[in-house]
Design a protein around this ligand. Structure first.
Ligand code: SF4
Length: 90
């Protein structure tokens, strides 16, 4: 109908709706803007990985990250470097 608009909300895939990180701050999963010292990065990654360890959709998350070549952040309990290592050894 002319002059009217329909807005369709885009729902994330069901696995993302079940993600344990939905209830957490993204700060643990991505580096801050600016410098991050090594001990800070390791501590942040430990927090994120502990959340991922209890996530029921971890394998789906990791599959998507690898398939999409996600270059930043913790996905499926792995850092970007760890995901790249998976790709090389596969
Ligand atoms: S595995 Fe980690 S990053 Fe992936 S959805 Fe679960 S909590 Fe989030």
């Amino acid at each position: 109908m002319a002059g009217t608009f329909t807005i369709h909300a885009v729902q994330p895939p069901i696995w993302q709706q079940l993600a344990a990180c939905n209830r957490e701050s993204p700060a643990a999963f991505y580096p801050p803007i600016g410098a991050e010292k090594k001990h800070e990065r390791l501590a942040r990654e430990r927090v994120a990985k502990s959340i991922c360890a209890g996530c029921s959709v971890r394998s789906l998350c990791l599959d998507q990250a690898v398939a999409n070549d996600e270059r930043y952040g913790i996905w499926g309990g792995l850092t970007a470097d760890e995901r790249r290592s998976l790709g090389r050894s596969a």
